[in-house]
Design a protein around this ligand. Sequence first.
Ligand code: COA
Length: 162
Amino acid sequence: MSGERHRLIPAGRPAAAVIADVHADCFADPWSADSVAALFAVPGTLAWLAVDPDGRPDATLMVRVLAGQADILTLAVRPGARRQGLAVRLLGAAEWAVSPAGPVEIFLEVAESNAAAIALYRAAGFAESGRRRNYYTQAGTPIDALVMCKTAAGQARSIHKR
Ligand SMILES: CC(C)(COP(=O)(O)OP(=O)(O)OC[C@H]1O[C@@H](n2cnc3c(N)ncnc32)[C@H](O)[C@@H]1OP(=O)(O)O)[C@@H](O)C(=O)NCCC(=O)NCCS
C-alpha cells in the first residue's frame, strides 16, 4: 500500500490532541496534548498530519524555525503506516515551508540506537553533525543523541530550477 493515498495537511494548536495520539503510538514516552499545545505557543512552530482517505491521522511532523535555523521537534508514523514514504513526504513539506526566502539549516536529534530513524534521515539527505552525550534515557540507560543536519535548498531556488 502506498503512502501516496495520504493527504498532508497543516496542523496547529487545535490538533494538539491528535498529534499527541499519533506520538503515543510511536514513542515509549508520549507527549501529552497539553505539552504539544505548549509547543505551538512558541512562534515559528509548524506541524503537519498525514491523513488517510478515511480521515485517520497516521503520521505527524513538528518543526520550529527560530533565528534562521529550523529544528525538527518530532516525527512519528504509526506502525501500520510505515515504509510507505510518509516520513519522507513530511520532511519534504517541512523543508519547503521553513525556507521561503533561501537556504535554511535544519537540525534534529535522534537516539543513536534508533537505526530506522537514522536510516531515514540519511536517505533524506541529513548528515551527522554532532553528538549529545546521554541526551536520552531508555529503560534507565543513558543513550547518546546524534545531531543531524541538512540544508533545505529554499523555495526561491526550487522555483528557479523548475
Ligand atoms: C522513523 C520513522 C519516522 C520512519 O517513518 P516511515 O514513514 O516508515 O519512513 P519512510 O517510509 O518515509 O522511509 C523512507 C526511507 O527511510 C529508510 N527507513 C525507514 N524506516 C526504516 C527501517 N525501519 N529500517 C531501515 N531503513 C528505514 C529507508 O531508506 C526508507 O526507504 P525504503 O522504504 O524505500 O527502503 C518511523 O519508523 C517512526 O515513526 N518510528 C518511531 C518514531 C521515531 O523513531 N521517530 C523519529 C525520532 S527522531
